[in-house]
Write a protein that binds this ligand. Structure first.
Ligand SMILES: [Zn+2]
Ligand SMILES: [Zn+2]
Length: 378
């Protein structure tokens, strides 16, 4: 895809959303279109395949905050009449060049940010920091209540000694004389000019005479830092949470990346989780199950509640306590699902044994396995 190509592509139009669409709207529309044009659903349909590619490409850019910002910015500039001058193969010299508009930075950085960059792009402008991944384990109750955890991260961060410039304090990077700060040089071959990264500054557009002792001129240092991550209430085991701007520092004033935190929830000895519901097994006695009872059960966040056990409740029956589960995305609560389990005593007193024996005599005409007889073999 050429520079001109993508700048003329309207990713918003491709996804059928407005330029002010929320990330949710974009995702929803993408899912719908991706499903509609998926190659599996349109075998041999080249048009659908093309649409599928377009939709994926548009989503790739619009689903990423940083890329979307760059894209919007680029389109805004193009709408105002700018053209990507000074690029290999682009019509340099026609209209205002991008260099005039961007100064030392360049359109190449916008493109690079979007598409991973090419060999000839200028590297002297701001570069967004990398996204980082980490993981944390939280307790069951914290997962329900929400919790702020301190995450220790080791990674690239802006050098404090030189504030990221790479130059020794008191000095500053010098515009590269070989390329006049453009970062690219033109090589002539057979009457044609080829653009390639400047060898003097390795495409940076600037050179550092006295490198910063803290970072040896890179402007970045490996450093441990602590990030406070707010884990929302109701988080599920295995969730991945995005913390915007908490990733690696950007280069040369670029915005920081995002931090993704995978959350593991430690199991609880009593409570379990099923989607937004919390599960609990509650043992009851045989008389309670047969005669019915009001029993107290604990909830994870709201103290004890009393539930009514109907007469004749069978073991394995699930009772629902509304609104005592985990917090859902919309802020409402899931339920507490109580599974009734009839407890069988392992030791009986003489009195209890006698009572049970007389109960057995009193119910001798009841055969709970009557139904099975019909299915017995010869
Ligand atoms: Zn430094
Ligand atoms: Zn240079």
């Amino acid at each position: 895809m050429s520079t001109k190509d993508w700048i003329e592509k309207d990713f918003y139009k491709v996804l059928g959303v407005s330029t002010s669409a929320s990330p949710d709207e974009i995702k929803k529309s993408y899912r719908k279109l991706a499903k509609q044009f998926h190659p599996d659903a349109n075998v041999g349909d080249a048009k659908a395949e093309e649409r599928f590619k377009e939709v994926s490409e548009a989503y790739e850019v619009l689903s990423n905050d940083g890329k979307r910002r760059d894209y919007d910015e680029a389109r805004r500039l193009f709408a105002s009449g700018a053209r990507p001058g000074g690029f290999p193969g682009a019509g340099a010299g026609s209209g205002p060049g991008m260099g005039d508009l961007f100064g030392d930075g360049g359109f190449g950085d916008l493109l690079g940010g979007l598409f991973g960059g090419g060999g000839g792009r200028r590297r002297s402008g701001p570069v967004r920091g990398n996204d980082l991944e980490t993981q944390t384990t939280i307790g069951f109750h914290d997962s329900l209540r929400g919790v702020t955890v301190s995450l220790r991260l080791i990674g690239d961060t802006t050098c404090g000694t030189c504030a990221g410039s790479g130059a020794k304090p008191g000095s500053s990077p010098r515009v590269c004389g070989a390329c006049n700060g453009t970062g690219s040089a033109t090589r002539n071959a057979g009457g044609f000019g080829f653009s390639e990264p400047c060898r003097e500054c390795r495409g940076q557009g600037s050179t550092i005479d006295s490198p910063c002792p803290g970072c040896h001129g890179s402007g970045r240092v490996q450093q441990a830092r602590t990030v406070q991550a707010k884990i929302p209430s109701g988080v599920r085991d295995g969730s991945r949470i995005r913390l915007p701007g908490k990733g690696a520092a950007g280069e040369r004033g670029g915005s920081p990346g995002d931090l993704y935190v995978s959350v593991q929830v430690a199991p609880h000895p009593m409570f379990g989780r099923s989607g937004d519901n919390v599960t609990l097994i509650v043992p009851v006695t045989f008389p309670e199950a047969v005669l019915g009872a009001r029993i107290e059960v604990p909830t994870p966040l709201d103290g004890d509640v009393t539930i009514a056990l109907a007469a004749g409740t069978t073991t394995g029956r699930v009772l629902r306590v509304k609104g005592k589960g985990a917090t859902k995305r919309d802020g409402s609560r899931g339920d507490l699902l109580v599974t009734i389990e009839v407890a069988v005593p392992q030791n009986l007193s003489t009195k209890a044994r006698k009572a049970l024996q007389s109960y057995a005599e009193a119910t001798a005409d009841h055969d709970p396995r009557e139904q099975l007889a019909a299915f017995r073999g010869p």
